[in-house]
Ligand binder design. Sequence first.
Ligand code: GDP
Ligand code: MG
Ligand code: ZN
Length: 298
Amino acid sequence: MTGQIIKGIGGFYYVKTPQGIFECRGRGAIKGKGMKLQVGDRVDISEVELSREARDRGFSHEGVIEKIHERKNEFDRPPIVNVDMILVTFAGRDPEPAFAMIDKFILASEVKDTEAVVVINKCDLLTEEERETMKAIYSGAYRVVETSCMTGEGLDELKELLRGKVAAFAGPSGAGKSTLVNSIVPEAGMETGAISDKTQRGRHTTRHVEILETEGGGLVYDTPGFTSFDIPEIEEDELRHLYPEIERFSGKCRYDNCRHLKEPGCAVKEAVKAGEISAVRYASYKTNMKEIREKRKY
Ligand SMILES: Nc1nc2c(ncn2[C@@H]2O[C@H](COP(=O)(O)OP(=O)(O)O)[C@@H](O)[C@H]2O)c(=O)[nH]1
Ligand SMILES: [Mg+2]
Ligand SMILES: [Zn+2]
């Protein structure tokens, strides 16, 4: 039988299968193969007779993990694997969005060939015009969902989007990620808002990663407190390929290896001027390019 590990605690792994959740132990042999079992792993399991201990803990199935499937993708911090969709979430206001930083979460998804969806949260704090402006930054390249945990707007759309998928929220602190998880996973009860940064860090580093079931048949990683994805080493020459709307125009530049900065005959700069590429995204491209270059100096 095949399933997915949704939680690991105290040497047990909880594997979600079409028959229900199995409480499993890993066989020593698989761990020894260099691949450590991780939440999110797809595994083959065999059922064993239900022990009294497992039954007392409320399980009706017990199993042994026999084999780990190859992973679709793998992120280090947060430690999540087999992710179908990264929900890059920011607040339209409070805190004010920092787009170059937000785009780093998108880059982390792009570099791992993982679908990114942009979630603009706290829409209740925005005027119609502000919403349109923000949406337009991303809608040329990504699906954008506008949400508000206050009014409930967009939550059904989000649930629908997650159906049959394993998703993870990413984005700056204060964006409302935990509140969104709580809104689509009724029993989540994640810590939100008011906790001081210090406490939050302390709590969350010791906390295990878990996959939660959303209303409407999706799965979402509970990754509280993770506010910056480990930005993988991106090369100067790779960056332009990771902005889909920039990549789309690149064939039209005078030089094949145009980096769309100061080169003459650059179709990307023309497209920015003409409003065909968002000026905010292009500014973010330049900022992140500069950062990559500065990092290389050391
Ligand atoms: N006005 C408004 N506030 C929100 C919304 N979503 C979350 N918040 C508030 O924003 C703060 C930060 O939310 P939290 O979920 O902890 O953000 P996280 O750091 O991304 O997990 C909390 O005080 C939430 O109550 C929203 O849609 N509208
Ligand atoms: Mg949080
Ligand atoms: Zn160019």
